[in-house]
Design a protein around this ligand. Sequence first.
Ligand code: DX5
Ligand code: ZN
Length: 220
Amino acid sequence: QRPTLLAPSILSADFGALADGIREVDQAGADWIHVDVMDGRFVPNITLGPAITAAAARATDRPLDVHLMIESPERYLEAFAEAGAAVLTVHVETCPHLHRTVQQIRELGVAPGVAINPATPVDVLRDIAPDLDLVLVMSVNPGFGGQSFIPASLDRIRRTRDLLTAVGSQARLEVDGGVTPDNAASVVAAGADVLVAGSAVFRHPEGAASGVAALRSAAG
Ligand code: DX5
Ligand code: ZN
């Protein structure tokens, strides 16, 4: 298994001091910066768009891992690529022409990812997995930070890992939602190699750098 990457989600950062928050987790050893884009349509919440993504890119040299929780994401791929996304992840639930959308991301020179919600069968990833650099298994229903990890996600992570192995995909397996130092080891043992964490990092009582360190030691 490859080294586990940590991707703090800026959704739980102080947006009034966003660059400082990003620099803090960057210096603490975060591998990627996870950017949660929500449209108030696909998910109930509205967060940020390309302008804030570009501001995040100016604050760090770490890859920006942009998670699009928006309807018709194909309309905005170019804008997020220009804003500095290194990874662009779309939800299978929003993409009737998923293969085309994945190719569009690839043509923009960005690494394509596909996310699935907690009730979406993992097998939907099978035919697209060979074209992906990342699959994202949601371990909460997307929309808000600070929710509890859904326990059934562990089995879904295992089945997704098996699927990637079966099709010979080198895609990374990212898990997003309710990841904490308490469950990180079991999430990694189930097959994850990228951990997203919002509140466990940015709401850590001793600060975000301590949050990254706690996750790093738990994830192994
Ligand atoms: C949920 C977002 C997550 C979220 C994670 O809709 O996609 O990235 O910010 O936050 P925590 O780690 O607090 O669950
Ligand atoms: Zn996310």
